[in-house]
Design a protein around this ligand. Structure first.
Ligand SMILES: Nc1ncnc2c1ncn2[C@@H]1O[C@H](COP(=O)(O)OP(=O)(O)O)[C@@H](O)[C@H]1O
Ligand SMILES: [Mg+2]
Length: 285
């Protein structure tokens, strides 16, 4: 068996999951090769499984990335999942299907009612690593940021800043082949008064976390909902459900990552092995 773990040429050195996946594959007598998605030399049909990992340069090249994905056999997660999940507009569908998400206004323009909050977050629907995302303390700044995104042809989201994130951070719940693997705490990323920054690193402050039963209920519900929404007959090979805590204490969804999530394998207690086992099982090994 040969498994491709797919990255981008720029991000390969910054993905700490890759060496652990290579090692876990080797331990199982399988070849795990790290491969760059836009490398024209690669014969994708040569792999028993192609697992998308840190293709983080797709943000500015989403069409090209999805066109590539359409050509790759035995791709995880599959094209339709990648396509659906790389635009946070999917949150609307999850909300309509009963998943609790952060209250979100779409494509806010100057003068719109932003509700009675102290702070807001404005972000584009196609983004990762909190790019083009900022935390604002005034309506005027939130309006201007959203209007700027819309003027650039993007879809914008405006949300109240969830204040629990400052102390509690967010909780990322990892699932491999539909089975819960591990959870971590991710520290807060947006500083007050900082504005838009393109250089935040969400992997700086990661620690293992034991999720509450309420968090498990919500993340399991997210996983079931996505399967029925997308008509999947199999759970995605990898999934990350990111939760924050609302003012009333309830876990709510900030983001569902089915395309290229960091899996936080160094903090996972054996997660790389669990993922490789899931890949091998799916590949019929
Ligand atoms: N409404 C919000 N309240 C508090 N923090 C937020 C909110 N939205 C985003 N953030 C912060 O910004 C980060 C990036 O936002 P997120 O929605 O996860 O998009 P992405 O990770 O794709 O850039 C989050 O990890 C979190 O720290
Ligand atoms: Mg995120």
């Amino acid at each position: 068996m040969t498994i491709a773990f797919v990255t981008s040429s720029t991000h390969r050195p910054y993905d700490p999951d890759l060496p652990l996946l290579e090692a876990a594959a080797a331990e199982r007598g399988t070849v795990g090769e790290v491969v760059v998605w836009d490398d024209p030399q690669v014969d994708w049909s040569a792999y028993d499984a192609v697992v998308v990992r840190s293709c983080w340069d797709y943000i500015a090249r989403r069409k090209e990335f999805l066109a590539w994905a359409a050509t790759v056999p035995r791709l995880h997660n599959p094209l339709d999942v990648l396509s659906w999940n790389t635009d946070k507009a999917y949150l609307r569908q999850l909300q309509d299907a009963g998943v609790p998400i952060i209250e979100t206004l779409w494509d806010v323009t100057v003068g719109d009612d932003l509700g009675d909050h102290d702070e807001w977050v404005v972000k584009p629907t196609i983004s990762s690593g909190s790019k083009d995302t900022a935390r604002w303390s005034s309506r005027e700044e939130a309006w201007a940021h959203s209007a700027e995104l819309v003027a650039a042809g993007r879809t914008s989201m405006t949300q109240p800043y969830i204040s629990s994130v400052d102390e509690e951070g967010e909780t990322a719940m990892l699932y491999f082949a539909g089975t819960f693997s591990h959870a971590i705490r991710k520290g807060p990323l947006l500083q007050r008064g900082e504005g838009v920054r393109q250089d935040r690193d969400s992997r700086e402050e990661i620690t293992p976390r034991t999720p509450t039963s309420q968090q498990r209920e919500v993340s399991d519900h997210v996983m079931e909902t996505v399967m029925s929404l997308l008509g999947l007959d199999q759970a995605p090979l990898y999934a990350r459900v990111d939760l924050v805590t609302a003012a009333d204490g309830a876990p709510i969804l900030i983001e569902l990552e089915l395309a290229e999530p960091s899996l936080f394998l160094p903090q996972s207690g054996g997660g790389a092995g669990r993922l490789v086992d899931a890949v091998l099982e799916r590949a019929g090994a």
